[in-house]
Design a binder for this molecule. Sequence first.
Ligand code: ZN
Ligand code: ZN
Length: 341
Amino acid sequence: MLVTNEINVTYLTGFTGDSSFLLLTRDKDLILSDPRYTEQLDEECPGIDLAIRKPGTSHTQLTVKTLKKAKIDSLAVEADSMTLTWQGVLQQGVPRIDLVPTSGLVEELRAVKDRQEIAAIRQSIQVAERAFAVIRAQLRPEQTEREVAHNLEHTIRQFGGEACSFDPIVAVGPRAALPHAVPGDRQIGESDFTLIDWGAQVKHYMSDLTRIMVVGRISPKLERIYGVVLNAQQAAINAIRPGARLHDVDAAARNVIADAGFEKQFGHGLGHGFGLEIHEHPRMAVDAPGELKAGMVVTVEPGIYIPKWGGVRIEDDILVTKDGHDVLTNVPKGLAESQIV
Ligand code: ZN
Ligand code: ZN
């Protein structure tokens, strides 16, 4: 099998550089890379066999040469990452090779985290939560969405995060009706609430949380909608255990929202796995096949979005344990606790 997805190469070998492939054969693992990475490969995955292209030789030439030398006649490829260009290169360069498309093989392995990965995710959550506590204490009505997003990223890095796990979403009032709003010039004080969706990256592993911050008085409408979302989230978290079907966990939250009359205002799936990437297997949604397994880490993030008014989403990170679940995130989520002066 030729692993061409860079994140999959990282997962399988520990090598975090790019532009490199991993060739897996029955008796050999081989990384195909270039001279920029010789030292890094030695540090990150000592002992693994390397094929390093020489200056003047292209990545395609090295790959073709390696496949020919290994006398491979049937090669599994990652259909979701291999380009048509590469397919052409392999078919032309190694004419007798049979390319077998595969999808999600490594991604499926990545969905179940081992102890080391869970430890990294816990650290990433800790950094994200500490940074958020600082941001929350500093939040002022005159700050813009962009400023808050910037401060959040800065603080995450100060606390040892490598980066944000994605560009933070800071959305004031009506902007929060867009699940993936981009921070702009609106000031926190322009509305009675602001949605913040953020995460940190530590040791290449991510975290992903969402909270609502309230400025001043809590309006009855916000209180009602927030209560529905919180109940929906709790219902879904309660349903998390090994063997729970993905669409059933989604339904646990969706039913609460539908019963309150907001079915059409919850347009996305309930949550997703995350790890080396922010969106990984499994995906919990209405039509999602499959079930939860111990070791999976998923977000639970129901939301209600009302155009021109705003959106409420609450997102936490949950580990599926042998006999149930463990809520890894720990940011208070009572509305009163979300008020800033
Ligand atoms: Zn999020
Ligand atoms: Zn998420």
